[in-house]
Design a protein around this ligand. Structure first.
Ligand code: UDP
Length: 179
């Protein structure tokens, strides 16, 4: 990702200049969120990501994030424990990504970045369902969209979700926080 963090532009200066990368999707793995691993999520990491994303959105670049959940739960590692089948384990893993997404959303909004979370399966009290056209509309309005719950299907990973969302909505994929 180009280093924008030195630029201090306020919201009113959001421009629509024709950057080479106009719509970027950032893959943030769960492990990256864990920072030094003393807790599942390191708030210093979420804030660093939020600040970096803010500096890019203020340039008029549209940013979406696919967030992982490996800092909390990986289905493949737990499948088989106490009779837990792989699909159930993977659904727990997908819910872990929703927890990370809500945390990241709160961090972003705390520094003034309008952010929406869209989930691949419905958890409608806490997030919007994934609707491609709606996600694009959010991006066009300068909102960051966090895609959570992966693909919504067990036996996949959030890397697959990132690739799918990129293909669907013409994002450039950035692995800045993928571990
Ligand atoms: N997962 C899934 N389907 C998906 C995406 C994720 O079943 O489409 C589950 C899977 O159990 C995975 C967990 O969610 O281990 C967390 O996702 P991932 O391992 O991709 O997170 P990351 O490695 O990026 O932290």
């Amino acid at each position: 990702m180009p280093q924008f963090s030195g630029l201090m532009l306020d919201e009113s200066s959001r421009s629509k200049r024709p950057y080479k990368w106009q719509r970027v999707l950032l893959k943030v793995s769960g492990e990256a969120l864990a920072g030094d691993h003393t807790e599942n999520i390191d708030p210093k990491v979420t804030m660093a990501i939020a600040r970096e994303v803010a500096s890019v959105t203020k340039l008029g670049v549209e940013v979406a994030i696919v967030v992982g959940g490996g800092n909390i739960f990986r289905g493949a590692s737990w499948a088989g424990c106490s009779g837990l089948d792989r699909s159930s384990a993977d659904y727990i893993g997908m819910m872990a990504t929703v927890m990370n997404a809500i945390f990241l959303q709160a961090t972003m909004e705390s520094i003034g970045i309008p952010t929406r979370v869209q989930t691949a399966f419905r958890i409608s009290e806490v997030a919007e369902p994934y609707i491609r056209r709606r996600a694009i509309r959010h991006l066009e309005k300068g909102r960051v969209v966090i895609f959570a719950a992966g693909t919504g299907n067990p036996f996949f990973t959030t890397d697959t979700a990132a690739a799918l969302r990129c293909a669907e909505s013409e994002f450039v994929l950035n692995l800045r926080y993928a571990v």
